[in-house]
Design a protein around this ligand. Structure first.
Ligand SMILES: Cc1cc2nc3c(=O)[nH]c(=O)nc-3n(C[C@H](O)[C@H](O)[C@H](O)COP(=O)(O)OP(=O)(O)OC[C@H]3O[C@@H](n4cnc5c(N)ncnc54)[C@H](O)[C@@H]3O)c2cc1C
Ligand code: SF4
Length: 585
């Protein structure tokens, strides 16, 4: 693959900021329409296979996969008792990472918190600044949204409906499935539409027991719908099919790229069209605006290593820096014609910020599996997904919207149950005989999109490149806490009904941000007074500006976001290319 250099003296058809799921998809779609595109990425291009080392055995790693001693990753308790900007109290650590950065394999992928500070309310903000962004380490659960989500306000009166329906986005979900590969089983559920699935992985014994028990309760457990190709993709020479080595369980990361990541899935194929140029280490700090027309004219960026300033011109600007970073860029891009920040005549940029609440869950033991021979359960890119069952056909008295559970069971390289008392041969025997019997699951629930949950710019604190930091004004509300209470109760009930011995029930809610599913800071809508983008993620105010990441989501749903980010982005970029051709941008 040749990597064309960026030519800063030229005016590109489009400049894309950010190379994760959204930026990669924008690059794929726009270059396939023949546009000349420049992709700017703040982070490095890492030698990713050497970082992930999916085939490395724990005993071949100097720290058994843990962080080297000079680094520290924040823990739940630290997020609870410390306030952002995180750093004070950790002076001994040369590098400070978010909670995800607690392994040797991701230490260079997630950012150093001190170089990238933020302020305000507590938030476990996980950022990956490198080519591909968070897709290098994502958890791979690839779900669709439905009209239960897109038209949620019409059902329960809260918030806003999306300006699109499932029928608008369904063809684009299909395109994403076929282009990137997804494993799963069809279930025919109106609230969790099926995809075009490749060969699914198998459920193991305890998971089947739970599935059958749930059927009696009218609830559905399905195989983990993984954004992984099990059968291979003939059109993509950069990715292999899944060999079921299971190391993606180590915080994601598949060094043969069976699991989707943006560079091999989208960016390298886009480069093969010869229409894409890439510049890494390009920290965009502002979208520039033509003072005559008020339209976007390009971006200013700083070279992350030399600290030099550059400008690049483009006919269309596409922000894909992730939900919070794109909002930050809009707020940073103030000018005479956009005094309140770019695309912000509604005052909604940074607001309606939402995500998923997580924490409650349960661990159990299938007694009939204790003492049974070990099985190879590690070799799967995921366990199961227990789909939403609240507020579908009936109304819960205590909260609106819903939640689902992610879970799994079986024997692992690092087995469950090593916290039992004892030592020596009897300890090993105890761990061995129980390990395959453990089963666990944790919930992900919808956080309501509320105007009063927002981010703005900190007036004082700046990042390593002198760019004002984001300030959070964000807390879970009563609906989320009541939902979390229900998650804990139903998790326990369902395990009891399946006949599992309950080992542990988790009731604590994890710090805001823990789900890594930030959404909604520049929501779509038909009314420019109450929304930032139209249904094609095009700014109402600036017609040649698009924001194609999770910023445009109107509500969070409880399903994972990445497949929807990419389907929406594909739809918006088809529209963009069409408008570009007609000379409307
Ligand atoms: C451990 C983990 C598990 C996850 N599990 C799941 C899952 O199971 N299912 C799911 O759907 N999602 C999951 N996610 C979330 C998923 O990774 C994100 O939804 C997805 O990556 C979002 O894509 P994005 O393009 O918006 O942002 P990102 O992937 O974060 O990419 C944004 C890119 O923009 C760059 N950037 C930021 N600011 C600038 C700037 N100023 N200038 C230039 N470039 C900039 C960043 O460096 C980054 O590369 C998980 C994430 C993590 C970390
Ligand atoms: S299980 Fe499959 S997707 Fe996961 S790391 Fe192994 S090959 Fe990659």
């Amino acid at each position: 693959m040749t990597e064309p250099e960026a030519n800063l003296s030229k005016t590109y058809d489009a400049v894309i900021v950010g190379s994760g799921a959204a930026g990669g998809m924008a690059a794929h779609v726009l270059t396939s329409h023949g546009l000349q595109v420049l992709l700017l990425e703040a982070g490095k291009k890492l030698p990713i296979e050497q970082e992930l080392r999916s085939m490395e055995w724990p005993y071949d790693n100097a720290h058994r996969g843990d962080l080297p001693p000079e680094s520290h990753a924040l823990t739940f308790n630290e997020y609870t008792i410390r306030n952002p900007p995180y750093g004070a109290g950790f002076e001994k650590a040369r590098h400070l990472r978010s909670y995800v950065g607690n392994s040797d394999y991701v230490k260079n992928i997630v950012v150093d918190e001190r170089e990238n500070p933020f302020t305000g309310t507590n938030y476990a903000w996980v950022r990956a600044r490198c080519l591909g962004g968070k897709t290098n380490i994502w958890g791979r659960l690839a779900l669709r949204l439905s009209d239960y989500d897109f038209k949620a306000k019409s059902r329960d009166g809260f918030g806003e409906d999306w300006p699109i329906s499932y029928s608008d986005i369904a063809p684009y979900y299909d395109k994403v499935d076929l282009y990137l590969g997804i494993m799963g089983v069809k279930e025919n559920l109106p609230h969790l539409p099926d995809g075009i699935f490749q060969r699914p992985q198998k459920l193991n014994c305890a998971e089947v027991t739970l599935k059958q028990s749930l059927q009696k309760m009218g609830r559905v457990l399905t195989q983990y719908r993984a954004g992984v190709t099990s059968e291979g993709l003939k059109h993509n020479k950069y990715r292999s099919r899944c060999y079921g080595r299971g190391s993606c369980e180590r915080k994601g990361g598949c060094d043969i790229h069976a699991a989707f990541d943006s560079p091999t899935g989208l960016i390298y194929p886009a480069m093969d069209t010869a229409n894409l140029s890439l510049r890494t280490n390009a920290v965009v700090r502002e979208v520039t605006v033509d003072p005559q027309t008020g339209k976007a004219s390009g971006v200013h960026f700083i070279d992350a290593q030399t600290m030099k300033d550059y400008t690049v011109r483009a006919k269309v600007v596409v922000l894909a820096a992730s939900t919070l970073e794109s909002a930050r860029l809009l707020l940073l891009s103030k000018s005479r014609s956009h005094a309140n920040g770019l695309a912000n005549s509604s005052g909604h940029v940074g607001h309606n910020f939402c995500e998923h609440i997580m924490g409650p869950g349960v661990t159990g033991r299938a007694k009939d599996l204790v003492g049974k021979p070990s099985t190879l359960d590690d070799g799967r890119p995921g366990g199961f997904y227990l789909t939403r069952f609240r507020n579908l056909s009936e109304k819960h008295p205590k909260f609106i919207r819903g939640y689902g559970f992610e879970g799994g069971s079986g024997c692992r390289m690092f087995p469950s149950g090593t916290d039992v008392h004892g030592f020596g041969a009897s300890f090993k025997e105890e761990v061995r005989k129980n390990q395959g019997a453990y089963i666990g699951m944790g919930a992900f629930g919808e956080v309501l999109a509320r105007y009063e949950n927002y981010v703005d710019l900190d007036p004082v604190v700046k990042d390593k490149w002198g760019i004002p930091a984001l300030r959070f004004h964000y807390k879970f509300g009563d609906n989320e806490h009541r939902m979390a209470e229900d998650m804990k109760e139903t998790a326990q009930e369902m395990f009891e009904a399946a006949g599992f011995e309950i080992v542990h029930v988790r009731s604590r809610v994890l710090t805001e941000g823990w789900s890594i599913h930030e959404l909604g800071t520049a929501r779509m809508g038909d009314d420019p007074k109450t929304s930032v983008l139209n249904q094609f993620q095009q700014s109402h105010d600036v017609q040649n500006l698009f924001v194609v990441d999770g910023s445009g989501f109107v509500s969070a749903s409880c399903q994972n976001l990445t497949w929807t980010i990419m389907a929406l982005c594909w739809r918006s970029c088809d529209y963009l290319a069409d408008e570009f051709r007609k000379g409307n941008l």
